[in-house]
Design a protein around this ligand. Sequence first.
Ligand SMILES: Nc1ncnc2c1ncn2[C@@H]1O[C@H](COP(=O)(O)OP(=O)(O)OP(=O)(O)O)[C@@H](O)[C@H]1O
Ligand SMILES: [Mg+2]
Length: 258
Amino acid sequence: MKVIAIINQKGGVGKTTTAINLGAQFAKEGKRTLAIDLDPQANLTVVLSGGQFEFESTISDVFESAKKHPIRGAIMPAIATGKTIPNLSLCPTDIRLSRVIEQSLTKVHRERILLKQLESIKDDFDVVLLDCPPNLSLTSVNAMMAADLFLIPVDGGSFSLNGLADLLDALEEVKETEDVNFAVFRNEYAKANKLINNFLDEQLNELGDKVLNTTIRRTEAIGQASVSAEPLLTYKSSSTALNDYKSLAKEVIARVNV
Ligand SMILES: Nc1ncnc2c1ncn2[C@@H]1O[C@H](COP(=O)(O)OP(=O)(O)OP(=O)(O)O)[C@@H](O)[C@H]1O
Ligand SMILES: [Mg+2]
Protein backbone atom coordinates (compact mmCIF):
# COMPACT_ATOMS: atom_id res chain seq x y z
CA MET A 1 0.00 0.00 0.00
CA LYS A 2 1.32 3.40 -0.98
CA VAL A 3 0.19 6.66 0.60
CA ILE A 4 0.03 9.84 -1.46
CA ALA A 5 -0.63 13.17 0.25
CA ILE A 6 -2.13 15.82 -2.02
CA ILE A 7 -0.82 18.88 -0.31
CA ASN A 8 -0.39 22.64 -0.69
CA GLN A 9 -1.08 25.10 2.09
CA LYS A 10 -2.36 27.51 -0.53
CA GLY A 11 -6.15 27.31 -0.85
CA GLY A 12 -8.11 26.49 -3.98
CA VAL A 13 -5.27 25.06 -6.08
CA GLY A 14 -7.09 21.80 -6.82
CA LYS A 15 -6.14 19.40 -4.02
CA THR A 16 -9.66 18.05 -3.54
CA THR A 17 -10.41 17.95 -7.26
CA THR A 18 -7.22 15.94 -7.76
CA ALA A 19 -8.06 13.53 -4.93
CA ILE A 20 -11.50 12.88 -6.43
CA ASN A 21 -10.47 12.42 -10.04
CA LEU A 22 -7.13 10.72 -9.54
CA GLY A 23 -8.87 8.40 -7.07
CA ALA A 24 -11.53 7.58 -9.66
CA GLN A 25 -8.83 6.93 -12.26
CA PHE A 26 -6.82 4.61 -9.99
CA ALA A 27 -10.02 2.73 -9.13
CA LYS A 28 -10.88 2.37 -12.81
CA GLU A 29 -7.45 0.84 -13.38
CA GLY A 30 -8.27 -1.78 -10.77
CA LYS A 31 -6.27 -0.35 -7.89
CA ARG A 32 -7.99 -0.70 -4.52
CA THR A 33 -8.09 2.98 -3.64
CA LEU A 34 -8.97 4.79 -0.42
CA ALA A 35 -9.47 8.56 -0.35
CA ILE A 36 -9.26 10.15 3.10
CA ASP A 37 -10.70 13.61 3.69
CA LEU A 38 -8.44 15.53 6.07
CA ASP A 39 -10.12 18.89 5.55
CA PRO A 40 -13.06 19.85 7.82
CA GLN A 41 -14.54 21.75 4.85
CA ALA A 42 -15.54 18.20 3.78
CA ASN A 43 -15.64 18.84 0.02
CA LEU A 44 -14.15 15.44 -0.81
CA THR A 45 -16.57 13.80 1.61
CA VAL A 46 -19.61 15.38 -0.03
CA VAL A 47 -18.53 14.45 -3.55
CA LEU A 48 -17.41 10.86 -2.94
CA SER A 49 -20.40 10.04 -0.72
CA GLY A 50 -22.81 11.22 -3.40
CA GLY A 51 -23.87 14.23 -1.35
CA GLN A 52 -24.18 12.85 2.20
CA PHE A 53 -23.48 14.94 5.28
CA GLU A 54 -23.94 12.50 8.16
CA PHE A 55 -21.89 9.44 8.85
CA GLU A 56 -21.69 6.83 11.56
CA SER A 57 -17.99 7.47 12.00
CA THR A 58 -15.50 9.90 10.44
CA ILE A 59 -11.79 10.68 10.57
CA SER A 60 -12.64 13.13 13.40
CA ASP A 61 -13.68 10.16 15.55
CA VAL A 62 -10.46 8.39 14.65
CA PHE A 63 -8.33 11.38 15.72
CA GLU A 64 -10.44 11.80 18.85
CA SER A 65 -9.95 8.21 19.95
CA ALA A 66 -8.38 5.70 17.60
CA LYS A 67 -8.83 3.07 20.28
CA LYS A 68 -12.61 3.54 20.36
CA HIS A 69 -12.93 4.35 16.68
CA PRO A 70 -10.34 2.57 14.56
CA ILE A 71 -10.15 3.85 10.98
CA ARG A 72 -11.66 0.66 9.56
CA GLY A 73 -15.03 1.66 11.04
CA ALA A 74 -14.99 4.99 9.19
CA ILE A 75 -14.35 3.56 5.73
CA MET A 76 -17.26 3.29 3.29
CA PRO A 77 -17.63 2.62 -0.44
CA ALA A 78 -17.55 5.76 -2.58
CA ILE A 79 -20.89 6.52 -4.21
CA ALA A 80 -21.80 8.31 -7.44
CA THR A 81 -25.38 8.72 -8.70
CA GLY A 82 -26.66 6.26 -6.12
CA LYS A 83 -24.24 3.48 -7.07
CA THR A 84 -21.02 2.40 -5.43
CA ILE A 85 -17.85 3.08 -7.42
CA PRO A 86 -15.94 -0.19 -7.79
CA ASN A 87 -12.52 -0.19 -6.05
CA LEU A 88 -12.97 3.28 -4.55
CA SER A 89 -13.50 3.84 -0.81
CA LEU A 90 -13.90 6.98 1.25
CA CYS A 91 -12.99 7.90 4.79
CA PRO A 92 -15.20 10.96 5.40
CA THR A 93 -14.57 13.93 7.64
CA ASP A 94 -16.78 16.44 9.40
CA ILE A 95 -16.60 19.94 10.80
CA ARG A 96 -15.39 18.72 14.23
CA LEU A 97 -11.98 17.82 12.85
CA SER A 98 -10.26 21.15 13.67
CA ARG A 99 -11.44 21.07 17.29
CA VAL A 100 -10.54 17.43 17.74
CA ILE A 101 -7.07 18.05 16.34
CA GLU A 102 -6.53 20.98 18.71
CA GLN A 103 -7.43 18.73 21.62
CA SER A 104 -4.94 16.09 20.55
CA LEU A 105 -2.07 18.53 21.17
CA THR A 106 -1.63 16.90 24.57
CA LYS A 107 -1.36 13.38 23.13
CA VAL A 108 2.00 11.68 22.87
CA HIS A 109 2.73 10.56 19.26
CA ARG A 110 0.04 12.94 18.06
CA GLU A 111 1.82 13.30 14.71
CA ARG A 112 1.62 9.56 14.11
CA ILE A 113 -2.07 8.86 14.70
CA LEU A 114 -2.85 8.52 10.99
CA LEU A 115 0.34 6.60 10.20
CA LYS A 116 -0.51 4.04 12.86
CA GLN A 117 -4.08 3.69 11.66
CA LEU A 118 -2.99 3.19 8.06
CA GLU A 119 -0.70 0.37 9.14
CA SER A 120 -3.79 -1.49 10.31
CA ILE A 121 -5.34 -1.46 6.81
CA LYS A 122 -2.21 -1.85 4.72
CA ASP A 123 -3.34 -5.14 3.16
CA ASP A 124 -6.76 -3.80 2.18
CA PHE A 125 -5.72 -1.08 -0.27
CA ASP A 126 -3.15 -0.54 -3.00
CA VAL A 127 -3.18 3.23 -2.76
CA VAL A 128 -4.37 5.82 -0.24
CA LEU A 129 -4.93 9.45 -1.23
CA LEU A 130 -4.89 12.07 1.51
CA ASP A 131 -6.77 15.28 0.72
CA CYS A 132 -4.99 17.80 2.94
CA PRO A 133 -6.40 21.09 4.30
CA PRO A 134 -4.98 24.44 3.12
CA ASN A 135 -2.68 24.86 6.12
CA LEU A 136 0.24 23.19 7.84
CA SER A 137 -1.68 22.14 10.95
CA LEU A 138 -1.23 18.97 12.98
CA THR A 139 -3.59 17.26 10.52
CA SER A 140 -1.17 18.04 7.69
CA VAL A 141 1.75 16.88 9.80
CA ASN A 142 -0.09 13.56 10.29
CA ALA A 143 -0.43 13.33 6.51
CA MET A 144 3.27 14.14 6.10
CA MET A 145 4.30 11.39 8.53
CA ALA A 146 2.14 8.86 6.68
CA ALA A 147 2.92 9.73 3.07
CA ASP A 148 5.28 7.99 0.63
CA LEU A 149 4.79 10.70 -1.99
CA PHE A 150 3.68 14.33 -1.84
CA LEU A 151 1.69 15.43 -4.83
CA ILE A 152 1.61 19.22 -5.05
CA PRO A 153 -0.85 20.98 -7.36
CA VAL A 154 0.05 24.51 -8.47
CA ASP A 155 -2.54 26.67 -10.21
CA GLY A 156 -2.36 29.58 -12.64
CA GLY A 157 -3.00 32.03 -9.80
CA SER A 158 0.34 31.16 -8.23
CA PHE A 159 2.16 34.36 -9.13
CA SER A 160 4.75 33.46 -6.61
CA LEU A 161 6.04 30.05 -5.67
CA ASN A 162 7.32 31.33 -2.31
CA GLY A 163 4.68 29.22 -0.58
CA LEU A 164 6.06 26.16 -2.31
CA ALA A 165 9.51 26.76 -0.82
CA ASP A 166 7.94 26.96 2.66
CA LEU A 167 6.05 23.74 2.03
CA LEU A 168 9.19 21.91 0.91
CA ASP A 169 11.01 23.16 4.02
CA ALA A 170 8.21 21.78 6.19
CA LEU A 171 8.31 18.41 4.40
CA GLU A 172 12.08 18.17 4.84
CA GLU A 173 11.74 18.95 8.51
CA VAL A 174 8.98 16.44 9.19
CA LYS A 175 10.58 13.69 7.09
CA GLU A 176 14.02 14.53 8.55
CA THR A 177 15.62 14.30 5.10
CA GLU A 178 16.48 16.60 2.23
CA ASP A 179 15.49 13.86 -0.17
CA VAL A 180 11.71 14.16 0.02
CA ASN A 181 9.70 12.26 -2.58
CA PHE A 182 7.51 15.01 -4.01
CA ALA A 183 6.05 15.87 -7.39
CA VAL A 184 4.60 19.17 -8.55
CA PHE A 185 2.10 19.56 -11.38
CA ARG A 186 0.16 22.40 -12.95
CA ASN A 187 -3.60 22.42 -12.38
CA GLU A 188 -6.17 24.62 -14.13
CA TYR A 189 -3.72 25.02 -16.97
CA ALA A 190 -4.84 27.41 -19.70
CA LYS A 191 -2.72 27.63 -22.82
CA ALA A 192 -3.80 31.22 -23.51
CA ASN A 193 -2.24 32.53 -20.25
CA LYS A 194 1.16 32.91 -21.87
CA LEU A 195 2.56 35.39 -19.37
CA ILE A 196 1.69 33.27 -16.36
CA ASN A 197 2.75 30.07 -18.09
CA ASN A 198 6.18 31.43 -19.00
CA PHE A 199 6.70 32.79 -15.51
CA LEU A 200 5.66 29.57 -13.78
CA ASP A 201 7.57 27.35 -16.17
CA GLU A 202 10.72 29.32 -15.47
CA GLN A 203 10.29 28.97 -11.70
CA LEU A 204 9.29 25.32 -11.85
CA ASN A 205 12.27 24.52 -14.08
CA GLU A 206 14.44 24.91 -11.00
CA LEU A 207 12.79 21.83 -9.53
CA GLY A 208 13.98 19.67 -12.44
CA ASP A 209 12.41 16.22 -12.62
CA LYS A 210 10.26 16.90 -9.57
CA VAL A 211 7.87 18.60 -11.98
CA LEU A 212 5.52 16.21 -13.75
CA ASN A 213 4.99 16.43 -17.50
CA THR A 214 1.23 16.19 -17.01
CA THR A 215 -0.82 19.34 -16.64
CA ILE A 216 -4.53 19.28 -15.80
CA ARG A 217 -6.27 21.69 -18.12
CA ARG A 218 -8.86 24.15 -16.91
CA THR A 219 -12.07 22.37 -17.83
CA GLU A 220 -15.58 23.51 -17.04
CA ALA A 221 -16.84 19.93 -16.64
CA ILE A 222 -14.39 19.34 -13.75
CA GLY A 223 -16.10 21.97 -11.62
CA GLN A 224 -19.56 20.94 -12.80
CA ALA A 225 -18.91 17.32 -11.83
CA SER A 226 -17.92 18.33 -8.30
CA VAL A 227 -21.05 20.45 -7.95
CA SER A 228 -23.18 17.48 -8.93
CA ALA A 229 -21.23 15.42 -6.35
CA GLU A 230 -19.45 12.96 -8.59
CA PRO A 231 -16.08 12.37 -10.23
CA LEU A 232 -15.63 13.56 -13.81
CA LEU A 233 -15.40 9.91 -14.89
CA THR A 234 -19.07 9.24 -14.11
CA TYR A 235 -20.31 12.79 -14.80
CA LYS A 236 -18.94 13.10 -18.32
CA SER A 237 -17.10 10.03 -19.54
CA SER A 238 -16.37 11.72 -22.87
CA SER A 239 -14.44 14.64 -21.33
CA THR A 240 -10.96 15.08 -22.76
CA ALA A 241 -9.78 16.14 -19.27
CA LEU A 242 -10.00 12.46 -18.33
CA ASN A 243 -6.90 11.95 -20.45
CA ASP A 244 -5.10 14.43 -18.20
CA TYR A 245 -5.96 12.38 -15.12
CA LYS A 246 -4.97 9.19 -16.90
CA SER A 247 -1.59 10.68 -17.66
CA LEU A 248 -1.27 12.01 -14.09
CA ALA A 249 -2.06 8.55 -12.70
CA LYS A 250 0.62 7.02 -14.91
CA GLU A 251 3.29 9.46 -13.77
CA VAL A 252 2.30 9.14 -10.12
CA ILE A 253 2.33 5.35 -10.26
CA ALA A 254 5.84 5.47 -11.73
CA ARG A 255 7.00 7.46 -8.70
CA VAL A 256 5.50 5.29 -5.97
CA ASN A 257 5.51 1.92 -7.63
CA VAL A 258 1.95 0.72 -7.03
N1 LIG B 1 -8.68 21.74 -13.77
C1 LIG B 1 -9.73 22.45 -13.32
N2 LIG B 1 -10.59 23.02 -14.20
C2 LIG B 1 -11.64 23.75 -13.76
N3 LIG B 1 -11.92 23.98 -12.48
C3 LIG B 1 -11.12 23.44 -11.55
C4 LIG B 1 -9.98 22.65 -11.91
N4 LIG B 1 -9.36 22.25 -10.77
C5 LIG B 1 -10.07 22.79 -9.77
N5 LIG B 1 -11.12 23.49 -10.21
C6 LIG B 1 -12.11 24.24 -9.40
O1 LIG B 1 -11.39 25.13 -8.55
C7 LIG B 1 -11.98 25.21 -7.27
C8 LIG B 1 -10.96 24.85 -6.21
O2 LIG B 1 -10.58 23.48 -6.37
P1 LIG B 1 -10.38 22.52 -5.13
O3 LIG B 1 -11.51 22.62 -4.18
O4 LIG B 1 -10.04 21.18 -5.67
O5 LIG B 1 -9.08 23.18 -4.48
P2 LIG B 1 -8.43 22.85 -3.06
O6 LIG B 1 -6.98 23.05 -3.19
O7 LIG B 1 -8.89 21.53 -2.58
O8 LIG B 1 -9.09 23.99 -2.17
P3 LIG B 1 -8.97 24.11 -0.56
O9 LIG B 1 -7.60 24.61 -0.31
O10 LIG B 1 -10.04 25.08 -0.18
O11 LIG B 1 -9.19 22.75 0.00
C9 LIG B 1 -13.19 24.26 -7.30
O12 LIG B 1 -14.34 25.03 -7.55
C10 LIG B 1 -12.88 23.32 -8.45
O13 LIG B 1 -14.06 22.84 -9.06
MG1 LIG C 1 -9.78 21.00 -0.76
